[in-house]
Each structure stands twice: as C-alpha cells, then as structure tokens.
Design a protein around this ligand. Structure first.
Ligand code: GLA
Length: 388
C-alpha cells in the first residue's frame, strides 16, 4: 500500500468486512544511527522513528474469532483466540503473537477483525515487523481499554517476536516504533530502560538509506546464533568475574583474559559489542558538539566491526559503504539493523544527495545486476491513534 491514509484503510476494511472499523492506528518503522547488535546485550542504542508506517484498522467482534487481512499480501487468515499458534504464513504471526502475549498477561480479549497495510519497506532492515506488532498492540490496547504503559507494550511486542515468531530480538525496534518523536533520536539504555531524546535537526544534513533489496535467508538463524555467542562470552567472563551480568558491564581486558583463550570466534563477537557500546556514547558527545565528522567516522568503524568481527554484513552492504566512502558531502555510512541485507544508513549533505544516489545506483546495478532502492528518511512520530 503506497498511501497510509485513514480513508484508504477504512475503505479496504469496509470492502473486506463491511461497515466501519472501531479505530485506526499507525506505527512507524525505524532507523538506528549507531548501536547495532547491542540492545540484547543491555547496551545503548540511538534509534528514531521514520515517516513510513503500518496503518491498521480494527473492529472487535462479539465472539472469539480473529480475521486478519493483509492489504499488501492480498491475503486473509482466520483463527480463534483459543487456537492461537504460528500460522505458517509468516505475516499473521506478528499480529497473533501480540494477542497471544496479551492473553498470557491474563487479559480478557475479544475476537477482532483487522485490515492492515503500509509503506515500511519489507526486508529492508527498517523494522516493518515491529511496526505491525506495535500497531496491533496499540489498537487492541485502545479498543479493549487494557491500560498498558507504552514501555510495557514495547516489551510485550518484543516477547511476541521472541516467543511466537521465534526471533530473539532485543527491544530497540519496538521501543523506537512506540516512542518516536519528530526530529529526535532516542538514546535508550537497554539495561535500565531509561531514555532521552536527542535533537537531530539540521537543515543541511540528510539521513539517506540505500537499500540493497536483498535479504539473505540466513538472517534470523544467524541472528539467534550471534545472541547465543554473546551469552557464551558472558558465561566465560563470569567464571572469573561473577559480578559481570552482561556485555554492557564487561571490559575489553576481561574479554582478552577470559574469552580469547577459550574461543577466538566468541571473543571477536563480544569484542565488537563492547566497542560498539562505547561508540554510542562517543556519538552522543559528538552530536552535542555538532561534530558530524566524528559521528561519520564512528559509523564507518561500526560497519567495519559488523562486517569483519560480528560478520553480519554481506557483499552488497560492503559495496555500498565502500561506494560512498570519501565522497564529497558524505559524513559516514554503515549497514543498519540485523544485517545480511537491507539498507545502509548514510549521513549526507543535502546538496550532495541527488548525485550520490544517482552514481551509486549506477555502480550498484553494474556490480550486482539489480536496482538499488533509496529513501531520504524523515524522523517522525511514534505509534498513534489516528481515528476512533
Ligand atoms: C534487529 C533486532 C533488534 C536489534 C537489531 C540489531 O533489528 O530486531 O532488536 O538487535 O537487529 O541492532
């Protein structure tokens, strides 16, 4: 669906189910300036919501039935509250997982009908799945008056993805989709859940996303493997330093003595995480000083670490980072999100964007034989009710 407006989704709802929905919500995708693969290590992340949304219309039913309609896939799926289990279709699971978690919380749900669609590019590392979860959670919370706090909703959506979809993701994407504010990055401490907004308001710098349009299939299994490797690293550190509860609290020196001799691969993974958490702090300082040269260098360092040490990049992403490095008007670039495809995030002077996209698109097409996607990300609001 290219238009995310309430009338479009209302019409689609009426065509599918007849009548009007009880309410319409929308929830955005996200970017992350820096702090990759650290949310599940209790680290710091720096995401923002972007103005691409999942829009969802919902009406409660008097019975236990759940009818889901995806506009973008042009598919429907039906089940009941008593029979919630993974659908085998993938897209319904992001909605069903949320209802499942609410039931596990002891909430009394009703059946419901949903039509949803959106313009968050799927598989681009912009968290379209989190936006579907958050839209569903906000809609059910409103419709049933469940009274969840936003942070509790974010955590509920994360559990839905962990337990129902089977990806052991951290909290960043769901947090960003629910807490975004226009022109602001969010520094989230994934250990304490404290967060603060950091203005990102520059007239002349754009956040450009270059989309490889590939999604290598090993993505989610490798993601869970990385998470397990981090946990293994912590176990090794704890043998000598029992007080260290997560990689957030570990030091490079501890990793060198406890992890490196036992497992060189796990050491490289953990060493990246510890360095990446420090880079988030350094980025915040540089942003306060308006020093985009430093921010950009930190982004390149992150890419290097994700590619060489954490090994979640791919040839297409590496190519895009190399293609912009050193170009006039480019401050920094790196792969973004879980990896194995999706987008790079680039900080670019406004007047250099058009040429950059044009030239890199040609080079990408020549190298990989397929077109590059590109978006200029605007930082927008988190999930909201747009009609009831
Ligand atoms: C995915 C996950 C997030 C986070 C990033 C990597 O987007 O859903 O929780 O771990 O990857 O930073």
């Amino acid at each position: 669906m290219s238009m995310d407006t309430a009338p479009t989704i209302s019409q689609a709802f009426a065509t599918k189910f007849g009548g009007a929905p009880d309410l319409i919500v929308r929830a955005p995708g996200r970017i992350n300036l820096i702090g990759e693969h650290v949310d599940y290590n209790q680290g710091l992340v720096l995401p923002a919501a972007i103005t691409f949304y999942t829009t969802l219309a919902l009406r409660l039913r008097p019975d236990e039935k759940i009818h889901l309609h995806s506009l973008d896939y042009d598919q429907t799926y039906e089940t009941t509250l008593a029979a919630l289990s993974p659908s085998g279709l993938h897209w319904p699971d992001y909605l069903l997982g949320v209802a499942d978690q609410m039931q596990r919380d002891g909430k009394a749900l009703h059946g419901f009908e949903v039509t949803f669609g959106g313009d968050v590019p799927v598989g681009a590392g912009l968290s379209s799945s989190a936006s579907v979860e958050c839209a569903t959670a906000l809609a059910l919370d409103h419709a049933l008056g469940l009274g969840y706090e936003r942070m509790a909703l974010a955590q509920l959506c994360q559990r839905a993805e962990n337990q129902f979809v089977g990806v052991n993701c951290g909290l960043m994407d769901q947090f960003a989709s629910l807490f975004g504010q226009p022109h602001k990055l969010m520094l989230l401490d994934c250990r304490s859940l404290a967060y603060r907004y950091i203005p990102f308001e520059t007239d002349d710098i754009r956040i450009v996303l270059l989309d490889t349009r590939v999604k290598h299939s090993l993505g989610s299994s490798e993601y869970n493997t990385r998470r397990a490797q981090c946990e293994e690293g912590i176990r090794l550190v704890q043998a000598h330093y029992p007080e260290v509860r997560s990689l957030r609290e570990a030091t490079e020196a501890q990793l060198k003595t406890c992890v490196a001799p036992a497992d060189a691969l796990v050491y490289r993974r953990c060493s990246f995480v510890v360095a990446e958490i420090a880079r988030v702090e350094a980025t915040c300082l540089a942003l306060e000083q308006g020093d985009f040269a430093v921010v950009g260098q930190l982004m390149y360092q992150t890419h290097q670490g994700l590619s060489q040490d954490y090994e979640v990049s791919c040839p297409e992403l590496d190519f895009l980072v190399e293609a912009v490095r050193g170009r006039a008007g480019v401050w920094g670039a790196r792969m973004m999100g879980g990896g194995f495809g999706g987008c790079t995030i680039n900080l670019v002077q406004a007047d250099a964007v058009a040429n950059l996209v044009y030239e890199v698109s040609l080079a990408y097409q020549a190298q990989f034989g397929q077109p590059l996607g590109s978006y200029v990300a605007e930082i927008g609001n988190g999930a909201e009710l747009i009609k009831n």
